[in-house]
Structures are given as structure tokens and as C-alpha cells.
Design a protein around this ligand. Structure first.
Ligand code: DUC
Ligand code: ZN
Ligand code: ZN
Length: 475
């Protein structure tokens, strides 16, 4: 007589690593969830032997841009199909991209449009942050509170970009809604007027090559805006999360805020560990457009400041800020087919697939970071920051069976290995020491170490709860 297997899947002999512990166990999965952790579990319908390998929670990429509507001729290269395929092949099992409100558009319409873009396409689970660019009384009093109740519990505010930025009064209004309704406010902190002024001066001097993007956005403009964002949050008495922190001057502001007892959280991204302003060009070559992002990468000393902040708890979240624009394309870094002045180059770089391996390889395996800190930054922290924990971001009974089994092997990274729809990676030629050997999303194999094995439509929309980080004292 054959008996029904006790589990749909058992991952055997895992060296399971969470944000706090490492333990040897078998992981029993049923209906997409972890139902048992123990030694010598009964048989599963499918079994994967992880002997000798570390198993971490699947990554939660809490800042990525997929199929976000762009002004013509620009277009993002990755939609929910290619973007989540790429994420899964790199060990990420949850993404949180942005439903972006255009000025004049209702927030509800932006969410409905974005839900339609995602529907049936995602391979892994996804939630949405909102981008609030037009905080009308209806948005503030009706739409935002209702959307927060429906599971859109985080939103991003921009202090720069003409089509997105809010002035200080508007920011105060939006932060007050976050306070009243228990949402996490994410802030893009750069001073728009300083950037505009510097850009005009650079252009007047004929300095329009991609590398001057970094000259138009020195650390001072990030420092000033970070300081102002902290002051505005203090006034409203609400926690905030400063996104894509690039270096020392912003870090100092956040440390100051923390030292004064304010709940100021922070995120950083791979580009601030592995790129410098020199990657935007040491001459006027247009190739530097590949690394145009905001804030721009800084220098080696600032990379070390970011490593220190990752290790000492300054940062809660390590995201990709994947912004997929093709290099050699009229809808990408060469708008309309032209090599344009830096102010017209779409901001952002691809990185949804490389985020986890870069930090595992250069952080954990290079001895710069503990595996627990890696898990905290890539999975547990973002899940807590955005109301997805403990379903996402950990290895525990009841959590979704989102797992990465790591393979240690040396190789040279090439864009042709990746699964996004972008024609380059900024990390081309980097020597890495590891890559996910298997990615499981709710118990299904998405990546087997050689090929994408996921299923279109496997990914489900996740309504977010109140961010766990907000349950403590207020700022
Ligand atoms: N900066 C952003 O703020 N968003 C997308 C990409 C970028 O570089
Ligand atoms: Zn931003
Ligand atoms: Zn972004």
C-alpha cells in the first residue's frame, strides 16, 4: 500500500539561516507554507537535498520599478513577467514596486491601472507602494486612508523630479495622513532647486555628458533634503524611511536623528556599495549613461560608510531600486535614439536579479557581514518595514515557503546570464563567489540553478498590514 506523502515538498539537510539563527533541519512544506521544521521529517512528494548548503529566506525587494508608466518616448524594459522572472532567478521571492500617481490623476486610478499591469503576469508575490505626487484634499482625506485600509500601507514622497515632487507643506500634509492611519512614508531626499540650479550652470558651461549628472547632485543636496525630511517628520511626530541613501552626509543626518530618539529608518542599494561616480565616466563617453541613477554613486570612502551602516543597524532595508531602461534604445538611455544631455537621461539602473548575490558574495562570503545581517537586510527587515512579516522574510512554521538554497561557485557576471529585459548590467565582469542554486516561491521551484522554471501567474497580490516597525513608539 502506498501512503500519501506527508508534505508536498521537503528540503532536506538545510543549514537554515534567519536574521537571528542558523540551525540544521529539514523543511516540510504543504500548500506553499512551511509546516514543519525538524530532523528526519517524513517523505515529501518532492524532495530537494540541500546538504552542505545554506538556506535563507527568499529576498523581499522592497524598492523596484516594473512597468511604471513613463512619459514618451521612455518605457521600462521590464514588466511584471520579465521583472519577476529576473527577481526569482536571483533569489528574490517578493517584490514591492510602485503604483505611481500622475499629477491630476486620482490615486485610486493609479492603483487600478497598476493592478491591471500586474494581473496574471507575476511569477512571485507582489505588493504595491503608492507614490503620492498630487495630494489633493480628496487624496488626503479619502483615497489615501481608504487605500491604507485596503493594504497599501506604504507610500513614497519625492522631494525632487518636477513631475513628482512635493513642497514642504504638501509633505507635512501627507506625513500627517501616515501618522493618523499607520502607514510607512518613504522619502526620496534630494533638493530639487539645488539640482535645477547646478544643472543649468553645467549646461551653460557645455558640461552635458552623463558624468555631469553626478556633479548636479552632490552629497550636499541629499544631505539638505534628508535633514529637512527628518525635521518635517519630527514636526508631525511620525516615523519615516529615507530611501536609497548614498553616502556619508545623509548617513550623518540619520545618525543624528536616531541619537535624538527619532524613528528614522533607512534603505540603501547595491549601487552605493559597488559603483562610484567614476562609473558615470572619467571622460565624456556616453557609456556612463548606464550608471545614471539618483542619488548618484559616490566614491570608495562612501562605499565604506554604507558597509558600516549596513552592519551597525543604521539600515533596515537593502533594495535594488531596479529601474530597467535599456542602454541602446530610443525608449531607454538614448531617448528618441539620441545621445542626450544628462538631464534627459532616464534615471535608474537594473539590479533586481543581482541584489542578493552581490551582497551574499561580497558581504557574507567576503567576511564583511554576518549571514544573519544579510537576511535581516534583504528579507526580514523589508518584510517588517512594509507589513509583510512573518508571512514573508523568514524561515518559520506558518511562513510562506519562499527559500533560497545557495551555491558557492566562482564566476564572472555577464548580462547574458540574467533574465531581465535590459541590454546591460552595471556589474558586467564582476567576479562573484555565489549565486542561488534553487529559488522556491511558495514551495514551487522558480529557478533550479540553470534555468527559470516558474509559472506565469503564480505570483499573487499581497495586501500589506501595518508595518511592524510602526508598532513601537512614534518619532
Ligand atoms: N532614482 C529614483 O528615485 N528612482 C528610480 C531610479 C533612480 O535612479
Ligand atoms: Zn527615489
Ligand atoms: Zn526608485
Amino acid at each position: 500500500m502506498t501512503s500519501t506523502p506527508a508534505f508536498d515538498l521537503v528540503v532536506r539537510n538545510a543549514q537554515a539561516t534567519t536574521a537571528s539563527d542558523t540551525f540544521d533541519c529539514d523543511i516540510g512544506v504543504r500548500d506553499g507554507r512551511i509546516v514543519q521544521l525538524g530532523m528526519k521529517l517524513a517523505a515529501g512528494a518532492r524532495e530537494i537535498d540541500a546538504a552542505g548548503r545554506t538556506v535563507t529566506p527568499g529576498g523581499v525587494d522592497a524598492h523596484c520599478h516594473l512597468d511604471q508608466p513613463m512619459p514618451a518616448p521612455l518605457r521600462m524594459a521590464d514588466d511584471f513577467d520579465t521583472g519577476t522572472r529576473s527577481a526569482a532567478c536571483g533569489g528574490t521571492t517578493t517584490v514591492i514596486p510602485f503604483a505611481a500617481q500622475q499629477k491630476g490623476q486620482s490615486l485610486r486610478a493609479a492603483v487600478e491601472d497598476y493592478r491591471a499591469r500586474a494581473a496574471g503576469k507575476a511569477h512571485i508575490d507582489y505588493a504595491f507602494h503608492l507614490i503620492v505626487s498630487d495630494p489633493t484634499p480628496t487624496v488626503l482625506n479619502e483615497e489615501l486612508p481608504a487605500l491604507i485600509r485596503e493594504g497599501f500601507t506604504s507610500f513614497k514622497i519625492y522631494m525632487t523630479y518636477d513631475d513628482m515632487k512635493l513642497d514642504d507643506g504638501q509633505i507635512l500634509d501627507v506625513l500627517a495622513v501616515a501618522r493618523e492611519h499607520g502607514a510607512m512614508a518613504m522619502i526620496h531626499a534630494e533638493n530639487a532647486d539645488c539640482i535645477g540650479w547646478l544643472t543649468r550652470r553645467l549646461e551653460a558651461a557645455g558640461r552635458t555628458a552623463p558624468r555631469f549628472h553626478a556633479h548636479a547632485r552632490p552629497m550636499l543636496v541629499e544631505r539638505e533634503a534628508t535633514h529637512r525630511a527628518i525635521a518635517l517628520a519630527e514636526l508631525v511626530d511620525v516615523p519615516i524611511l529615507i530611501v536609497h541613501v548614498s553616502g556619508r552626509e545623509a548617513v550623518e543626518q540619520i545618525r543624528w536623528a536616531r541619537a535624538h530618539g527619532l524613528n528614522v529608518f533607512a534603505e540603501t542599494c547595491p549601487q552605493y556599495l559597488f559603483l562610484t561616480a567614476e562609473d558615470l565616466g572619467i571622460d565624456d563617453s556616453y557609456q556612463g549613461a548606464k550608471c545614471v541613477c539618483s542619488p548618484p554613486p559616490r566614491d570608495k570612502a562612501n562605499q565604506q560608510v554604507i558597509w558600516d551602516g549596513l552592519n551597525d543597524g543604521l539600515f533596515t532595508v537593502f533594495s535594488s531600486d531596479h529601474a530597467p531602461f535599456r542602454y541602446d534604445a530610443p525608449e531607454g538611455k538614448k531617448p528618441g535614439g539620441e545621445e542626450v544631455a544628462f538631464r534627459h537621461i532616464p534615471n535608474g539602473i537594473p539590479g533586481i536579479e543581482t541584489r542578493m548575490a552581490l551582497l551574499w558574495s561580497e558581504g557574507v562570503l567576503a567576511g564583511r557581514m554576518t549571514p544573519h545581517r544579510f537576511v535581516e537586510l534583504t528579507a526580514t527587515g523589508p518584510a517588517k518595514a512594509y507589513g509583510l512579516h512573518p508571512r514573508k522574510g523568514t524561515i518559520a512554521i506558518g511562513a510562506d515557503a519562499d527559500l533560497v538554497i545557495w551555491d558557492e561557485r566562482e564566476f564572472v557576471l555577464k548580462n547574458e546570464m540574467l533574465h531581465h529585459d535590459v541590454d546591460y548590467t552595471p556589474y558586467e565582469g564582476m567576479r562573484l563567489k555565489a549565486w542561488p542554486g534553487v529559488t522556491l516561491a511558495r514551495g514551487e521551484v522558480m529557478w533550479d540553478g540553470a534555468a527559470f522554471t516558474g509559472r506565469t501567474g503564480h505570483g499573487r497580490f499581497l495586501p500589506c498590514g501595518t508595518p511592524t516597525l510602526l508598532s513601537g513608539r512614534r518619532g
